[in-house]
Design a protein around this ligand. Sequence first.
Ligand code: BGC
Length: 764
Amino acid sequence: MKNTGIILFSIAIAISLCIPSFAQTSTEARFIQKADSIISLMTLEEKIGQLNLPAVGDFTTGQASSSNIAEKIKAGKVGALFNIKTAAKIRDVQKVAVEESRLGIPLLFGMDVIHGYETIFPIPLGIASSWDMELIEMSARIAANEASADGINWTFSPMTDVSRDPRWGRVSEGNGEDPYLGAQIAKAMIKGYQGDDLTLNNTIMACVKHFALYGAPEAGRDYHTVDMSRQKMFNEYFLPYKAAVEAGVGTVMTSFNDIDGIPASGNKWLMTDVLREQWGFDGFVVTDYTAINEMTDHGLGDLQRVSAMALNAGVEMDMVGEGFLTTLQKSLEEGLVTEKQIENAVRLILVAKYKLGLFDDPYKYCDLDRAEKEIFTPANRKIARDIAAQSLVLLKNQDGILPLAKKGTIALIGPLADNRENMTGTWSVAAKFEKSVSIHDGLKNAVGDKAKIVYAKGANVVVDSLFESKFSIYGKPTYRDNRPADVMIQEALDAAKNADVIVAVMGEAAEMSGESSSLTNIDLPENQRDLLKALLKTGKPVVMVLLAGRPMTIKWEDENVPAILNAWFAGSEAGDAIADVLFGDVNPSGKLPATFPQNIGQVPIYYNQKSTGRPLPEGQWFQKFRSNYLDVSNDPLYPFGYGLNYTTFEYGDLKFSSTDLKGDNKLQVSIDLKNTGKYDGAEVVQLYIRDLVASMTRPVKELKGFQKVFLKAGESKTITFDISTEDLKFYNYNIEFDWEPGEFEIMVGGNSRDLVKGKMNWEK
Ligand code: BGC
């Protein structure tokens, strides 16, 4: 009996991989049939060619870039291309594929459209701070519209790598430390890019990346080794990727990293067992940039061997490295791979092209009139400005210094306060950087002739010019000033002399985070702190606007600067959005999607940690033989979910529909929220659950819901969360997904630390 079950299960899996399962729509079945009829006409070379993704253009993130592209396209040796844009250029290249290759198969055109195309939204870590899924979806919709107007039909986004390590430069590209928030954002982004109908000419295919665990490299160093328990993977790191698959993402990108000894791009357990068999992914898998070739450096053999390994693992498309192109034929002859495997890969890629409608009209994204009308439009920029303002997080506002009045003299100081090019942040490849709104522009636009803005740079981003040259790249200059530091500080003090208030723009440059931009020190650079100290000494009120692509260690600033507005990199409209918040035209409501540590030694520090056997009692700093440090408390500087507002909110008591539930009943938890301040404003009400007793250790709290609620000054509202047993489920020690009966703690509040708590019992 048992064996029969296993055989039937295997057949079902085999069938689902090769031919349409019952769940697949008839459209998909038709695409598969059509793809198969093309495959029957293809030579082996042409089949392997479909698996090849070369890069064109100047922007590369690796060593290799491909050559003789046109010849290769004609010979059917290219399935997709990336880093080429404009409808005219893409039309020309598509024409070569369609008219000059033997079978005329259209190409996919990819690009890293990560947080906007030319209209740039905040970096993903920033946009996550809005906790507003409608706005996030809208940002992806606009990005898809602009990219598609420029010929692009495939974006390498969303990046959903959970990360708890602010040293890692790519925290900026992800949505922070929380799997639940990350999963909601992944779904919203995919909906925005792909819409409901991929055959339209303004929806594009999404690619969730980097599968998997790329955000957990040892020591926060990019591309470094990942080694973690399966329980941690499934419960804490996989959720956003899985949510992306459930949302119908068209493609998945492998990650560069090693995972427990097998790099992702050659990891069959990951790509086939988990992704396809457990999660039912039916699109295609593309590698990251030369990730197959890199398995040689990982120590897994020569290019032929690692390419065969990748195909065997379940990878369909090879980005840039041409390992598939140059070795699969030999591997086939030597029996390392089968032709059936190659055909399965081709089929998935052709089906993606059918889904996009490229066989019906290969030029559907090449309307030469669209770009001018649809890219970087005032309407798109207006939405980007609104979204940017929602992404800003007010970290401190002593004595209500903010909002500022539009009057008197405002001194604007800082290395990037008058810089347009750095406003978009990392990974904004299609942006025209000089068109962004600098903070200087934004402040001037906001005050008009009501107030005077005086500006001085005051300091370079960092003292070390070699260091600076490493991040003044990709068209984002930092305009280094070679005068001595004290001369620049004096100039800033002179500028501030007659000012009523000082706005000090401090922090990182755009490319101090992002790919291959890991740091071992995430403090504010020392020379900027010196400038800040000098400004504070004037005794004038100082507001710090922090530019950051990661959580930074700003304990000294928190202790000494009266107001801090964390602006991340807010995109092409950054300056106007920052001014909107500084002057109170928009009341800030952003909440941190990642913990800010007190110092680097606390990393990794995250809210959903587990309890040790010797937890420190709440509210205490140190006790001997408890889990803590001698030199610093266990507390973060700012917890996950934290962010102030110009108004204040008061939470009432928790009310439970029942404190004793059985089976699949639903629990309703409600709480009264009152805006007790004098401004209208929005609050992100967060729901956390702790499973108090389980068969394995569980986090002290996990985000399970949130609602962004707008209340007028003085207004109250009852907020209700519906909780079901789905919210209690987790992967147990045997990686079975279920909930366990017993006591649960339910917590609601405006951040992960300050919560109203109650307990209830839920039996099976
Ligand atoms: C990055 C990917 C990106 C790819 C293509 C790689 O270096 O890791 O995120 O999509 O380059 O540009």
